[in-house]
Design a protein around this ligand. Structure first.
Ligand SMILES: Cc1cc2nc3c(=O)[nH]c(=O)nc-3n(C[C@H](O)[C@H](O)[C@H](O)COP(=O)(O)O)c2cc1C
Length: 210
């Protein structure tokens, strides 16, 4: 199965060789991010694509000096909404109405329910919910990259507050949650490149309830 072959091929590359990934491949990865499901379809996150080498150099020290930050081709930063606001919710519901070309009572009631629920909640709780949605898209990006035979490294090992400052995310109502450098593996210098994948047993992972 092509999907499983690609997932077996991919791994969290620890060293990349600086080779550039074509914009066609990056576009396909972006499309996979965009097509990801999110709670109520709100897509409560944005993705920054950093190609600028000087900015990557600035980020590396606040990301445990991981070499893939600077040796990747494109550095994706997944940044979730810092909270749900009325304006953000309305924008997505209005977009749905515009694209579908009609208003629907059930949908409008659902909008009202969300408006009565999310904006009143603790912003931290909302951010955690929004960041979960970002992770769904992030996971699709990892899979899409593998489909493009492009390497990627999921990275949570960074200081989000420091990164938010570097990229001015808080001013935009965003908070960074996870990074995905995309590029090509440096097989010779990557200690992990040739090691077998480790996954727990099916029994420890799956419970079937007949
Ligand atoms: C959310 C998340 C955060 C991660 N953060 C890091 C990281 O900061 N640095 C790193 O080298 N690997 C990181 N990893 C990679 C994992 O260690 C790796 O996916 C796991 O060991 C399974 O190995 P595989 O992806 O090579 O199959 C992260 C993975 C995920 C999903």
């Amino acid at each position: 199965m092509e999907l499983l072959d690609n997932l077996k091929w991919r791994y969290a590359a620890k060293a990349m060789n600086g080779k550039k990934v074509s914009e066609d491949k990056i576009n396909n990865i972006i499309e996979a991010i965009s097509l990801s499901p999110t709670s109520s379809g709100l897509q409560p996150f944005e993705v920054l694509i950093i190609k600028n080498q000087a900015i990557k150099e600035q980020i590396k020290p606040i990301a445990w000096n991981q070499s893939v930050i600077t040796d990747c081709s494109h550095l994706l930063v997944f940044a979730a909404w810092d909270t749900y606001t009325e304006d953000r919710i309305n924008k997505m519901f209005d977009l749905t109405n515009t694209i579908r070309g009609f208003k629907n009572e059930g949908w409008e009631n659902y909008r009202q329910m969300l408006l009565n629920m999310y904006p009143q909640k603790d912003p931290e709780e909302n951010f955690i919910h929004a960041s979960k949605q970002a992770y769904i898209a992030f996971s699709n990006a990892v899979t899409a990259a593998a489909f493009e035979k492009v390497d990627s490294t999921p990275i949570e090992g960074f200081d989000p507050n420091a990164l938010d400052k570097i990229l001015g995310l808080r001013e935009k109502g965003l908070r960074s949650c996870v990074l995905l450098p995309i590029g090509y593996r440096d097989e010779e210098n990557d200690w992990l490149a040739k090691l077998p994948k480790v996954r727990k047993s099916r029994e420890d992972l799956i419970t079937v309830i007949d």
